[in-house]
Design a protein around this ligand. Sequence first.
Ligand SMILES: [Zn+2]
Length: 448
Amino acid sequence: MPAKVDMDKIVSLCKRRGFIFPSSEIYGGLASCWDYGPMGVELKRNVKEAWWKSIVQERDDVVGLDTSIMMHPGVWAASGHIDNFTDPLVECKSCHLRWRADAIEGKKCPQCGGELTEPRMFNLMFKTFMGPVEEEASIVYLRPETAQGIFVNFENVVTTSRKKLPLGIAQIGKSFRNEITPGNFIFRTREFEHMELEYFVKPGTDEKWLDYWVKERFDWYVKLGIRKDNLRLRQHGKDELAHYARDCYDIDYLFPMGWSELEGIANRGDFDLTQHAKHSGKELSYYDAEAGEKYVPYVIEPSAGVDRSLLAFLVDAYDEEEIEGEKRTVLHLNPSLAPIKVAVLPLSRNEKLTPLAKEVYKQLCPNFVTDYDDSQSIGRRYRRQDEIGTPFCVTIDFESLEDKQVTIRERDSLAQIRVPIGELKKVIAAKLKGEAFDASSLWATRQK
Ligand SMILES: [Zn+2]
């Protein structure tokens, strides 16, 4: 079943409504780099917040961490990234374009038909120099994953959090990979944001916990509105497992370009802690007081991309509908993800309506991300809010001046209810939490 929206429509909506812009656009852009605009930054914050809430806030067995992007180079030797984080690359001897060897059929350059070099391994880590001297000893890398910052802090966190295993450490932050073939909008970029959990468990319980986290993470996407039909689970074959993994599942999403990885959940065994113990000379084991034994924990790693998840939420929410002969584009985003929760729209820009509308806005904005819009016709303003996924619009009309009531319009059903201004905050909060939107009360109120 193909996805119903093509990527061009998503890219165009993102540009038009201020979700995502090409980076450095006035200079012609920079390949596969993107900037999040006013709507995009809210959506991105909400995706991260939803992850953090479910992984850290709502659990007593996971704590958070925020580690530096640049780390001691020894970390990457121990983790295997210096030796193994590579792609085979071939170069055209005529036009000098480089290609991933495994993405090329035949022995000719796809661009000009020229002869290709033998494949050589190309490391995907960004390299730079720390301090003023550009020499071998001052090389540092931009982290390609946030996970290693967690592993090297395992001892610190266990000691200071005073928690027992199983214990998770979660981190959200930027990662960098010098991908040879980035693309598909924000799906694969060289700079991106990771949401990673390292969940440390007793060896022997790892398979059980892998199953547990695969289900947890799958359900997270469904809970936030992604249709189950557009998700699938895929276990890695033995030949495609990363060098550190004992087992791995991908949660794939049906993106416009086809099924692609949304998140990986790997059983990393004791690879990382063992490697860091060996390379650093520090013992990284755990004393299990209940069992009376010491061991190197195994780790289960759900690793997701913020940008990639955001793209999946956008694609899944996108819809074009016809309402009373008029077309509308709408994002059926889960209210918790929607960039704007409520829009305050006076019926028109009228000097009598404005003071009351501003008063309503002031009442709502400390509690919800609120938009105020009094330009153009009310119909066009509704369309604009639909297109950015705003779940509720509050309209102030001339009747409001008399009865101190306003109309709330719901994005998906287009149903409307009329509520007293004093109750507005309470009603919006309840509706955002999922309370039913019962339009019959509108008429009940009006008949009074
Ligand atoms: Zn060529």
